[in-house]
Design a protein around this ligand. Structure first.
Ligand code: IMP
Length: 191
């Protein structure tokens, strides 16, 4: 099965394809860009973008929105992660955490599938904490400063793609999508 993926981020496309290829789903870049509204809810952002992309493309597609939520910063940068990464980056998050004991954080990813019959969301969460300093060279965004639970203290940037996908927010959300797409009787569970 082939689906469009409305994203301008080639890392997200590569990660999602590596997760879904085992389930027989291939994602191709959508011909129209992802429309981003401002909202405090990743799900609202992703649903709006999926509906807008479906109106423009008219073929089944997926959109995802994701963010890093730092506990002692009351969930910041959350839905503003993309802008915060571009402006203050990993170094800025590390500076905001200087002197704070609690470094707990999580990534969240909401994947929305849109087709003529369905608009459906899948959520994935990866719990962990923020490293004292950036480490590793793989991945993108806040990967060098995020240490996921169960990864032996390594940052996402120190994992290979399959290791990251096994535990990541994106891996969990896209696997849930893939399982739903390949489940028998899916047509009866639309909406
Ligand atoms: P958006 O979903 O396009 O709004 O962007 C989310 C932002 O969160 C990205 O630009 C990254 O900075 C960050 N982010 C989301 N997922 C990841 C990830 O898997 N690793 C590192 N940073 C991520």
């Amino acid at each position: 099965m082939e689906l469009y993926f409305a994203t301008g981020n080639p890392h997200k496309l590569a990660e999602a394809n590596s997760i879904l290829s085992d389930l027989g789903v291939i994602l191709k870049p959508a011909p129209s860009p992802k429309i981003e509204i401002q909202s405090e809810s990743l799900e609202e952002i992703a649903r709006y973008a999926a509906e807008a992309a479906y109106r423009s493309i008219g073929s089944p597609l997926v959109v995802e929105d994701s963010g890093l939520f730092v506990e002692s910063l009351n969930g910041f940068p959350g839905p503003y992660s993309s802008y915060v990464y571009k402006t203050i980056g990993c170094g800025g998050i590390l500076r905001l955490l200087e002197g704070r004991g609690n470094r707990a954080a999580h990534f969240e990813c909401v994947v929305v599938y849109a087709s003529r019959e369905a608009l459906r969301s899948f959520v994935g969460i990866a719990k962990g904490y923020i490293a004292e300093a950036p480490r590793g060279s793989g991945g993108f965004g806040f990967d060098p400063i995020f240490i996921c639970e169960g990864c032996g203290g390594r940052t996402f940037s120190e994992l290979c793609q399959s290791e990251k996908s096994a535990v990541s927010h994106r891996g969990r959300a896209f696997r849930a999508l893939g399982e739903w797409l390949s489940s028998p009787g899916r047509e009866n569970t639309l909406k």
